[in-house]
Design a protein around this ligand. Structure first.
Ligand SMILES: [Ca+2]
Ligand SMILES: [Ca+2]
Ligand SMILES: [Ca+2]
Ligand SMILES: [Ca+2]
Length: 411
């Protein structure tokens, strides 16, 4: 089945505002597949010069910067590869418009005039890659001091990990580039990082495996990549609905973990230990945490040197700050974000990215967001910057980039 350029049809804003000016082409309804579509063998992308898979057939499985006799002649396609075929209106993958043609089953395909301006074909793993990099652009400034978290490669620049829709993990060092550091991460239902758990001074990644409820530590190598994982939680972690690496609340130099228990609404602290594991848990929130739908290990936000916890209240969209205390608990909360935080799909807490030494917050919007200057919601995938003020509050948001869409999380 052909899928229209989703961005162009449903959200267009991001690309339009970044000047690419995509025009969505009109989709034709799926048609019953005539037998000719079945001429396309498994592993190939096929195209025909006439509707309904008739006429001469193009059969390819590698990128085609030009289409020769098929240039501007394609009227029907069947994608029997296991990749998305990007069909561009210009040669060399240039476009005024493009289709992201999803893989078809045997005999599947689509046809119509919408295909007829296509001049090049590229095969990719995710929809994003028809028009963008697999990863979004992340920029950060050098911070005056090491923060101890949010910096996998220890260069004092806050970095971000992004998981794409096929489970590849990308390391974004903060200069707009990205490096692939893993595959297969879609088996994890939680990814979180905040500082060093293994004791080598390098930040690590923690992950909960969806099928087993096991909690794994992936020791950071100090370059954005990870060494072989270690089991730090043998079972039971599927009973937790929110898990976030938090920073060192117990003041022993090791990062700790907090988790909200689904059945009780209790908040537990799991202290990191000298051997790189987790000690017996400590109850730090007796009740009431069930109303929260996001926990964010933001680091110290109120300037007392102790890590703090941000939590979003689901029903109100309020953002609360729970200051970490000297005794390893949480003090009375303050309302740091009055309302409106319900439009955030993802929170990114990687410390100071603005370069002033004060920890910041970033978010990626969900489809309830209304972008500045627009009247109706639906602008998902915007990166918003909330610079910290150092007193527990953040500055007004800045709309940074509309191309943080079609990802499977940022950490
Ligand atoms: Ca860094
Ligand atoms: Ca480490
Ligand atoms: Ca604090
Ligand atoms: Ca800052």
């Amino acid at each position: 089945m052909r899928t229209a350029l989703l961005r162009g049809l449903t959200a267009g804003l991001g690309l339009a505002m970044s000047g690419l000016g995509l025009a969505a082409t009109t989709a034709t309804p799926a048609q019953a597949a005539p037998a000719k579509y079945e001429d396309c063998p498994t592993g190939y992308f096929c195209a025909w010069t006439n509707d309904n898979a008739t006429g001469p057939m193009l059969k390819v499985k590698t990128d085609q910067p030009t289409l020769g006799a098929f240039d501007n002649k394609i009227r029907a396609t069947s994608n029997r590869t296991d990749k998305i075929a990007c069909l561009y209106s210009e040669p060399n993958y240039g476009y005024g418009s493009y289709w992201a043609d999803q893989p078809n089953g045997p005999g599947g395909g689509s046809s119509g005039p919408a295909e007829s301006d296509k001049s090049s074909i590229k095969f990719v793993l995710t929809d994003r890659e028809c028009g963008l990099n697999a990863y979004p652009n992340w920029y950060s400034e050098v911070s005056p001091a090491k923060a101890g978290f949010g910096d996998l490669n220890n260069d004092r620049r806050a970095d971000v990990l992004v998981r794409d829709e096929v489970g590849r993990l990308w390391f974004l060092p903060g200069d707009g580039t990205g490096k692939q550091v893993g595959t297969g991460w879609n088996v994890m239902s939680t990814l979180t990082r905040h500082g060093d758990f293994t004791g080598d001074g390098k930040e690590d990644l923690l992950a909960r495996e969806a099928s087993t409820g096991k909690l794994w530590a992936y020791p950071g190598r100090g370059d954005g990549g990870f060494d072989d994982r270690r089991l730090i939680g043998a079972s039971g972690w599927n009973g937790m609905s929110l898990i976030t690496a938090f920073g060192d609340l117990t003041r022993d130099g090791r990062s700790d973990l907090v988790a909200r228990e689904t059945s009780t609404g209790k908040l537990w602290l799991y202290p990191g230990t000298a051997s790189g594991g987790l000690a017996d848990r400590i109850l730090i929130g007796r009740s009431g945490w069930g109303v929260m739908d996001a926990l964010i290990g933001s680091g110290d936000m109120n300037g007392d040197g102790r890590p703090d916890l941000l939590a979003r209240e689901a029903s109100t969209g309020k953002l609360w700050l729970y200051p970490g205390t000297a005794s390893g608990g949480l003090a009375d909360r303050i309302l740091t974000g009055r309302s409106g935080w319900g439009v955030m799909g993802t929170f990114i807490a990687v410390g100071d990215y603005s370069g002033d030494g004060v920890n910041d917050l970033a978010t990626i919007t969900n489809d309830k967001y209304t972008a500045d200057g627009w009247s109706s919601p639906g602008h998902w995938g915007w990166l918003l910057s909330y610079e910290g003020q150092g007193n527990g509050y953040v500055k007004d948001h800045r709309q940074v980039d509309g191309d943080w869409y079609r990802l499977n999380g940022a950490f």
